[in-house]
Design a protein around this ligand. Structure first.
Ligand SMILES: C[S@@+](CC[C@H](N)C(=O)[O-])C[C@H]1O[C@@H](n2cnc3c(N)ncnc32)[C@H](O)[C@@H]1O
Length: 418
């Protein structure tokens, strides 16, 4: 069935706003849908798919849109929509538009110049090529340009992975165990989960396999004192609390009360009672200093560029700049130094990001270690062996959408000498 012609105007309207890049695309899209309640669920789905497709392929679509006649933004919109539903499903096109769309959708994109084909901003593509070579950079660019699968984590306090898989199959929801994370499940299509009893009773949470692995390398155990220093809405807090079997004490620090507020209902579902959310003003807050030298494990899931999550947030690549990276690097180093004072002798500090860039990852860890001879790096290969995770890594956890089919994550484990 053809889509109503009005959907082109809706998509163009929201796209115009999103392409100003004044805030995250998902937030703008949700607000637009709230303000346009008459859009049905099918239409919303199509608008969202077109917008995300366009953000993923913005470089190529901009160059296509510059060919042909008429306003560029309309042609960008048509490309996003044609990609989402096919040219035949679009109503309200002129004959010329139909012909033009059919022509550009057939262009062999593998023949385009590398930078254009990567759909990355030039500064980022150049950085990746300088580090990995052009072929690997293009492979990564291709992998981050695909939509992410939906991964779930089983809450081991409430169910086993096998029980959840059986129960999902009855729904029926097609899924399979994730290859590396022992409690992960990859859902084949993307059903609405919110109303499933398994979700309501806290047996499952949505969490990318990479994020699950990152929590696991923290190695939090029963009865320990643990701090999740940048807890946000608590994706990793929940997995750490479950790994501690709801014992010990887990502090969830963050400077954003909005994000910590989102943790509350998730905590209620999870059945965890060992988690203490704490709003801090900054990394040197007196609440941090009071716990100095007392903590067994500290996770710093640092604020970062988010360039490892482009599969979910394709707008991020157009919103980050070399300048914003410099500012993030200063913050990352300062948060790591602030969090380090919490760690007791023999305790561990885990520095992590969802970035694929060395300057947010290895470089921050190297400069921390250069100034702190009371910390040593524990090679990730050892940590993974301790955790019985079958993944080949060197000193660091470096997960890549191209190789591991997770979001791009980095983690380093540092131990305070006894
Ligand atoms: C990558 S996000 C955390 C995601 C979260 N750990 C999860 O798994 O869902 C980084 C978080 O760091 C917080 N943050 C920024 N500056 C901070 C600081 N100085 N101290 C503590 N948290 C900070 C941000 O509010 C944000 O929630």
């Amino acid at each position: 069935m053809r889509l109503p012609p009005a959907i082109i105007n809706n998509t163009e309207e929201v796209l115009r706003e999103i392409l100003r890049f004044t805030g995250p695309a998902d937030g703008t899209l949700s607000r637009y849908f709230r303000e346009h309640p008459k859009l049905g669920s099918r239409e919303r789905g199509v608008v969202a798919e077109a917008v995300y497709g366009l953000l993923r392929n913005k470089a190529v679509y901009t160059s296509f849109a510059e060919s042909g006649n008429g306003p560029t933004m309309r042609r960008m919109t048509l490309l996003g929509l044609a990609d989402a539903v096919g040219v035949e499903s679009l109503g309200g096109l002129t004959e010329e538009e139909t012909e033009w769309l059919k022509h550009v959708m057939q262009i062999d994109r593998t023949l385009l110049p590398s930078l254009l084909r990567s759909n990355l901003p030039e500064w980022l593509f150049d950085k990746l090529v300088a580090r990995d070579g052009e072929a690997t950079a293009l492979e990564l660019a291709h992998a981050v340009n695909q939509p992410a699968p939906l991964d779930l984590r089983v809450n081991a306090l409430k169910a086993t992975r096998e029980e959840v898989i059986t129960s999902l199959a009855e729904a029926p929801i097609l899924c399979e165990p994730t290859p590396y994370a022992p409690l992960g499940i990859r859902v084949i299509k993307k059903p609405a989960l919110q109303n499933l009893p398994l979700f309501k009773n806290g047996s499952i949470e949505v969490q990318d396999e990479g994020s699950q692995l990152l929590s696991q390398v923290v190695g939090a155990k029963r009865g320990e004192m643990v701090v999740d220093f940048c807890a946000g809405a608590g994706g990793k807090t929940l997995s750490l609390g479950a790994a501690m079997r709801n014992t010990g004490r887990l502090y969830a620090f963050d400077i954003s009360d909005k994000r910590l507020a989102k943790l509350k209902p998730r905590l209620a579902r999870s059945g965890l009672s060992n988690v203490h959310p704490v709003l801090i003003a900054h990394e040197n807050d007196a609440k941090v200093k009071r716990l100095a030298g007392k903590i067994d494990r500290v996770l710093v899931d640092a604020p970062c560029s988010g360039l490892g999550t482009l599969r979910r947030n394709p707008d991020v690549k157009w919103r980050q700049t070399p300048q914003s990276l410099v500012e993030l690097n200063e913050k990352q180093a300062s948060i790591l130094a602030g969090a380090a004072r919490l760690v007791k002798a023999g305790g561990r500090l885990v520095y992590a990001t969802c970035s694929i860039l060395d300057e947010e990852n290895e470089a921050i860890v190297a400069s921390f270690l250069a100034s702190r001879d009371d910390f040593v790096l524990i090679p990730m290969s050892e940590v993974l062996a301790e955790q019985k995770i079958d993944l080949k890594m060197g000193d660091y956890l470096k997960l890549s959408p191209a190789q591991h089919h997770t979001d791009g994550f980095f983690a380093a484990v540092l131990e305070r000498k006894k």
